[in-house]
Write a protein that binds this ligand. Structure first.
Ligand code: XMP
Length: 513
């Protein structure tokens, strides 16, 4: 949103919870963005920057290889708030001293205010904060004063006449009482923000930007049926109307009834200009006999690109590709830690823009997932879609262990539908990150009526997660598990056993393949 909204820039020194700082500030109605710690200030000169936050980080400032920011941050009068390592770097940079030693604090601590400070306005004189530091501030830089302590170390500081502040604790985590209030005090009382960044204002700006970027050009968008691509397409549709064509490919790996439901939503509710492509046979014949998970993903990715390209070419000249890229993907690629190791090749349309010479339109690249949901709400998308659990691009292919066939897809679809129905009936669908059935590549012996059976085993999986990176298995009520199990063995021909997956991520992954 170059130059438009008042913005708080967060310089990331590698802390675990930097994203939370951005989210807390955005919740207050102020747009906030994360950049690497060593970004030169010139990078922000076109922006309406109201303040900088320096995040925490795992290093010690006195080590020669410790990360350092742009020292010109302290040459101006734009407010700066250092958090944990950010505070320590500021102290060292401005002539104070940070040491390691007996001052380490991990976990809850009681913070006592020692003097008035705008950061702590209207807060009690003592409250709980969350600490996580081995080093601490020993000597303050000239012109700074201590404003709070835990009794053990200097825990908050301010400059005598410039808007530079530092806190040793983490205001972004829920364990710190009044944490959001402290960040709000920084953005409103110190940086002077108004707080007018809302989902409505985001939509207006995004629509205007897409119009400007595309001029009279034409775009295509690959819809997955999920919330990100749908919201991206709806925004672009608002900007350019029928100059956007959406393509929804039925790869034969969707859930029961999904293709028709999704097409109906796109056409009749959202009035998108959408082309549905039945490519079930093409995908299934490519996957015939393939068991290895990564090969399945590669085949599905390549097949998708081939079909999408073929359909897009039949539309006439196209210059743009709309993608539902979100902010966490953007941060990942600029992160100081570097992209995390690739454990599974995630299927996306990555190869398309270069191959087809398309320019990307990514109207959601500044948003977190919950913000995309709020934009969706604002755009009038139905709650059913907005609350939909994530579904992987390669679909049921990564939930059928071993080769994928029409027959095995049929078995899994029926079992999966029962899991969904029962989880919804129990009122748990929205609280759970993902819940689904998996078809195992083994048969087990059972007895039905008077006869012996030798049939499929279905595993049921349900996990809680924030972002899919880690996950805990859900302790579903036994009555619910029992209903799911008896319905599956009774209603799905070919299944005689149901097991529940009690593995968390790590070490397991959410999908079985
Ligand atoms: P895993 O199984 O890696 O999944 O723990 C983490 C999250 O990513 C989804 N997932 C995928 N999404 N293409 C996708 O678009 C894929 O190949 C893929 N594999 C896993 C998974 O459903 C979970 O939400």
């Amino acid at each position: 949103m170059g130059g438009v909204h008042e913005t708080i820039i967060i310089l990331d020194f590698g802390a675990q919870y930097t994203q939370l700082i951005a989210r807390r500030i955005r919740e207050a109605g102020v747009y906030s963005e994360i950049h690497p710690y060593n970004s030169p200030l010139e990078a922000f000169k076109e922006r309406n920057v109201r303040g900088y936050v320096l995040s925490g980080g795992p290093d010690s400032v006195y080590e020669p290889t410790a990360p350092r920011g742009d020292p010109r941050l302290f040459a101006g009068t734009t407010p700066v708030l250092g958090i944990c390592y950010g505070l320590q770097w500021m102290v060292q940079q401005l002539g104070g001293q940070v040491i390691s030693g007996s001052g380490r604090e991990y976990g809850r601590a009681s913070l006592k205010l020692q003097r008035e400070c705008p950061l702590f306005q209207e807060l009690p004189g003592e409250f709980q904060v969350w600490m996580s530091h081995g080093d601490h501030v020993e000597i303050l830089p000239p012109a700074f004063q201590a404003v709070a302590t835990t009794g053990k170390v200097i825990s908050a500081i301010q400059h005598g006449n410039l808007p530079f502040y530092g806190i040793q604790f983490h205001p972004e985590v829920a364990h710190t009482e009044h944490g959001s209030r402290i960040l709000r005090n920084f953005v409103f009382k110190i940086c002077g923000c108004r707080g007018d960044w809302t989902m409505g204002s985001f939509i207006d700006t995004a629509v205007a930007q897409v119009k400007m970027q595309m001029q009279g050009g034409h775009a295509v968008c690959a819809l997955s049926g999920g919330v990100d691509s749908t919201v991206a397409a709806t925004l672009v549709d608002r900007a350019v109307g029928k100059r956007l064509t959406c393509i929804f490919v039925d790869n034969g790996l969707l859930r029961q009834g999904e293709y028709d439901e999704v097409m109906q939503r796109f056409r009749d509710t959202l009035h998108l200009n959408v082309v549905g492509v039945n490519a079930r046979q093409e995908f299934l014949s490519q996957l015939d006999g393939v068991s290895e998970p990564e090969r399945k993903r590669k085949i599905i990715g390549a097949e998708f690109i081939r079909i999408f390209e073929r359909e897009a070419q039949s539309l006439g000249p196209i210059e743009f590709l709309v993608q539902g890229t979100l902010y966490p993907d953007v941060i990942e690629s600029v992160s100081v830690k570097g992209p995390s190791a690739v454990i599974k090749t995630h299927h996306n349309v990555g190869g398309l823009p270069e191959q087809m010479h398309l320019k990307l339109v990514e109207p959601l690249r500044e948003l977190f997932k919950d913000e995309v949901r709020r934009v969706g709400q604002e755009l009038g998308l139905d709650p059913e879609l907005i609350q939909r659990q994530p579904f992987p691009g390669p679909g049921l292919a990564v939930r059928i262990l071993g080769p994928v066939s029409e027959e095995r897809l049929g078995v899994l679809r029926r079992a999966d539908k029962i899991v969904e129905e029962e989880i919804r009936a129990a009122g748990l669908y929205q609280q759970i990150w993902q819940s689904f059935a998996v078809l195992l590549p083994i048969s087990s012996v059972g007895v039905m009526g008077d006869g012996r059976t030798y049939e499929n085993v279905v595993a049921v999986r349900a996990v809680h997660s924030q972002d899919g990176m880690t996950a805990d298995w859900v302790d579903l009520p036994h009555g619910l598990l029992s209903r799911i199990s008896s319905r599956i063995v009774n209603e799905v021909r070919g299944v005689n056993r149901v097991v529940y997956d009690v593995s968390s991520k790590p070490p397991s992954t959410i999908e079985w393949e």
